[in-house]
Structures are given as structure tokens and as C-alpha cells.
Design a protein around this ligand. Structure first.
Ligand code: 5GP
Length: 177
């Protein structure tokens, strides 16, 4: 198995391109089955989810829309906690069936703090689809509705995920040695 070096760290192959493709197709078919006739709106979270979102969306055969947002976190002026806002959220979520597309849910902190902002727009439903999830790292209660893979609590790159900017264009998923 070839070890690759990205910046200062070494990574080994973890999920092959065909294993990923198989699970992406399976997730798409679950969504096709559950959202028939509902015209869901996918919201993909940039940057990491761009490849998963594109591959997943290609296998969506029902009527559907997709939009892309970026999340930015900053320190609140009045509160000590982090505030997460969406950049580029132009879609109206009111009475829509919304599916968030994430690359990875790690501690769950990002989505846990961000989802209530989407709930304010009163979507009919709000579900989460993530390619990867580290159950061992989850710190916030979060229901994942569509999942590619549960993975161990180790840093991964490839298929859209980066290490300090690099590695997003690797077709497979690699794990830190
Ligand atoms: P959370 O808020 O769930 O802890 O973190 C979610 C974000 O952290 C992901 O969208 C991703 O950007 C980053 N992240 C968490 N774990 C990994 C990992 O193993 N590899 C990479 N490349 N990013 C990760």
C-alpha cells in the first residue's frame, strides 16, 4: 500500500474509489426512495463536500435542487461562544424539504450550532447526509439521516477533504499514519 506525504505528514489508503462510489450510490438510492415527489433542496457545505455533493447529485434521479454555502465562524461580541454563519445562502428554505450535504461530521459542533439558523426559516424537514462520520468524536447530539461510512477517530484526507489546503483532489480517502 503506497504511503503518501502531504505537507509534513504521512497518510495510508483507507477507502478506495470504488468503495466510496458504491456507498455514494447507496445513499443516493435511499434519498431517491425517501423523497420521491418531494423536490428536495440539497445544501452542500463548501469546501470539503464539493466532490461528494457532485457525485451524490449525479445519482439523484428524482426532481431536486442544489445550492452551495460556506460556513464562517467568528467570536460573538457579546457571547464567548463561536457564532457560525452561512455565506451564500440565497435559497428560501420555507416549506422546503432540505438535505444538508457534509463531507464529515467529527465532533458535530459545526452542524449543531448551524442547524438552528436553518430551522428559523421553517423548512418542512431538515436532514443531514454526510459521507463520513466519526462516532467516537461526536460531542453534540446530532442525528445523521444518511451516512456513507462510520470511520475511526483518525484524521483523513482525499475526495474533497484537505490537510491544510492539500489533498482534496485525491480520488481515494487516506488516513493519517
Ligand atoms: P465538527 O464540527 O463536526 O467537529 O467538524 C466538521 C468539520 O471539521 C468538517 O466539515 C471538516 O472540515 C473538519 N474535519 C473534521 N474531521 C476531519 C478529518 O478527519 N479530515 C479533514 N480533512 N477534515 C476534518
Amino acid at each position: 500500500m503506497p504511503v503518501i506525504k502531504v505537507h509534513d505528514k504521512e497518510f495510508v489508503p483507507y477507502l478506495s474509489a470504488s468503495e466510496i462510489e458504491e456507498q455514494v450510490k447507496r445513499v443516493a438510492s435511499e434519498i431517491n426512495r425517501d423523497y420521491e415527489g418531494k423536490k428536495p433542496l440539497f445544501i452542500a457545505i463548501l469546501n470539503g463536500a464539493f466532490i461528494f455533493a457532485a457525485d451524490l447529485f449525479k445519482h439523484i434521479t428524482i426532481e431536486a435542487e442544489i445550492s452551495f454555502i460556506k460556513l464562517a465562524s467568528y467570536k460573538g461580541i457579546k457571547t464567548s461562544g463561536k457564532v457560525i454563519t452561512a455565506i451564500g445562502l440565497d435559497a428560501d428554505l420555507h416549506r422546503r424539504e432540505v438535505i444538508i450535504i457534509e463531507d464529515i461530521v467529527d465532533t458535530g459542533k459545526t452542524l449543531f450550532h448551524f442547524l438552528p439558523q436553518l430551522q428559523h426559516q421553517h423548512p418542512t424537514s431538515l436532514k443531514i447526509a454526510t459521507l463520513l462520520h466519526k462516532p467516537g468524536a461526536l460531542l453534540h447530539p446530532l442525528k445523521i439521516d444518511y451516512l456513507g461510512f462510520n470511520i475511526p477517530n483518525k484524521f483523513v484526507i482525499g475526495y474533497g477533504l484537505d490537510y491544510d489546503g492539500l489533498g482534496r483532489n485525491i480520488k481515494e480517502i487516506y488516513q493519517l499514519v
